[in-house]
Unconditional design. Sequence first.
Length: 159
Amino acid sequence: MDPRLPKQLTASGFVLHPERKLLLVHHKKLGVWLYPGGHVEANESPDDAVVREILEETGIQTRILGSLDVELADPVADVHVLHTPYRILCERINDPKGPHYHIDMIYLCVPLDTSLKASSEVHAARFFGKDEVADLKLFPNFRVLLQRVFADDAIWRSL
């Protein structure tokens, strides 16, 4: 990792369908299938950002899976507990405006509905089963991550 390059926070989410399918979007600029996600805005938490990005890109309302350690919250001191991401990646982005890194917090989410309405931000959005992703254009590390999520029975039992 080049310490001279700027770092930007992003939040992405694996949306888990009870039929053991994952929601993926076809990224316009990159031409690959990914989970929905994007930049954390200055006025929001990563938790807020992942829920907003999934809604903006797919039209699906979600909630983040996982427990919150509420004992650490302190309303008097204005301390809040956020969800722990499933994984965090630091990804180099070779943007024509200037290279930088995305520190991507990846969450596990459940849909509150499954009515997809892909936005203009993405080419398409769809739930895929494990066998359906084999022929998709994916980044190699994302393919590994997908396989891990599909294979993790504990994740699917938590739905």
